[in-house]
Ligand binder design. Sequence first.
Ligand code: ADP
Length: 612
Amino acid sequence: MHEILTEIDAIFDEPATVDESGCLELALAHLRRHGVSACFLVAPCGSVRLMHPRTHALPARVDPQLLPGAAEPSHPERVHLDTGIHGPQPVAFLPLPQEEEEERGWLGLLLDPDAEPPHLERRERSEVLALARCAARYLRLARRLDQQRTRSRHLQNEERVLRRAFGDTIDRVLEEREQHLREKREHIDQLEREVEKRSAALREALERAEQANRAKSVFLANMSHEIRTPMTAILGYAEALLDPSVSEAERLNAVHTIRRNGQLLLDIINDILDHSKIENGQMKAECEPCDLPELLSDVYSLMRARSEAKGVPLVFRAQGAVPRVIRTDPTRLRQILINLVGNAIKFTDAGYVRVTVCLCPPAPGADPAAPPQLQFSVTDTGIGIAPEHQARIFDPFCQADSSTTRKFGGTGLGLAICRRLTELLGGQIDVESELAVGSTFRARIDPGPLDGVELIDQPALELALASAARPAAIEHLELQRPIGRVLVAEDGPDNQRLICFILRKAGAHVTIAENGRLAVDLALRALADGAPYDLILMDMQMPVMDGYAATAELRAAGYTHPIIALTAHAMSGDRERCLATGCNEFATKPIDRADLLAKIHRILRAREAGSA
Ligand code: ADP
């Protein structure tokens, strides 16, 4: 389009050899001597188009009345034309010869005021008119050129408009396309990222599942091994006892072995329960005010027998002042200490085991403004742990050395449990050890708010520990006292026999009920007869009516005498459930004779004190 317009422009821009006013000038040259001062062209519609010389003023139009007909011959008439500026001026009009397709026009002659219209000879007249026609043609061409120029301008404008419109549209379309593409690309990127994220999550889940599967297999293999080892000893020695020819010494040895391995099995089961609770996130700390010397005394009295049996003294130290009462979960803290002290005694044949307690600043890396932590260091002079094993021993089922299991037994769960428990109590655990020199395990816990708490030192702690021996002695004396009449609700014949044996040995009169229904009936009848049982030992899992329903029915009937729950369910929450049902105490199976008797005596003593 642009090229065409440029071409058209070039045609019109060609310089004319003779311009229109030049033609009129030549015509005027002929006419001047006839008294013509200027000449002009009149278009067929009467409009004045061209004047030479231009110094003269003329109206824009000529009244058609003034214009002679085309047939008028060579003698033009003199008329007056009002220019509006110079007033009426004498003029004469010569009709231009009309060629084919040409518009007719006139040659206007402005006359000198005194001049008459010229009488032109034939040749002169035709020359003049030819020049005028030529001027008229130029005029028309110029007009057409103007028109073409105008059209060209229009076209250019249109082109610009179209260009703008098209340009805008194209730009917009392109922009829209690009935007669309960008969005598509972004969408694809997002999808790819999403797919990548999901694949990673799936890979992770798969990895976790595989890990869990591997851990489960390792766990089962470990457990199978752990349980089979003591089981082999128990079954083997039990069978040996059936032989009537075993000597008294062999019998005693077999019984001790069976007992020790039974205890080991129980420890394993407890560890597994704790470990699974930790794994399931069910292990919760139940913090309460806790008397520190009392708790250390408990640990001391529990572990003392073991350390004495090995000839390894167990000592407790307070380094600096320590709080008498802290806020923590005493059961979990006791469990940590028993585990660490148990290991220390287990892995030490000579020297000592020392438990040091102190208040210490927050661990390195912790907030320096944080309150101090309470640290328990368990130091032994035992076999020690090689540096390459020290980091792993806190992992579940990990033992520093495989020969350890063979020599000392154990599941490799104890320290893993300790680590989680210390974390649960707001602290952490670590170890420092040297092979053949000994180890120090440090467990730090959050002791809770210490403002206004009484502080005690080494002598006060020693005093508390010294008195730790006394309760055992008192319990021992208490055990000698007859227990009275006991109703045992228990369905298993072996357990019935065992409980009867323990209680009768302790001087009790025992009645057996095989289920909860019978127990309720017997207890209520004895109460009605005015001779209630001193105590009911209630197994919680029984046929016909379980211990929960039986206890609830007794309490609902106004039965106020003591009931101790007996259950093989040792998971957290079981104790609370038994107490909530109305039991006064809770003992677990397998039965720990000393623990059961101690609980019975404590309950009976409390009742006596209450009724006194
Ligand atoms: P377990 O004692 O049942 O094997 P633990 O998790 O309590 O499991 O201990 C893991 C391992 O750490 C032990 O098998 C032993 O190799 C090592 N260990 C723990 N305590 C001591 C210690 N006081 N002295 C030497 N080694 C120890």
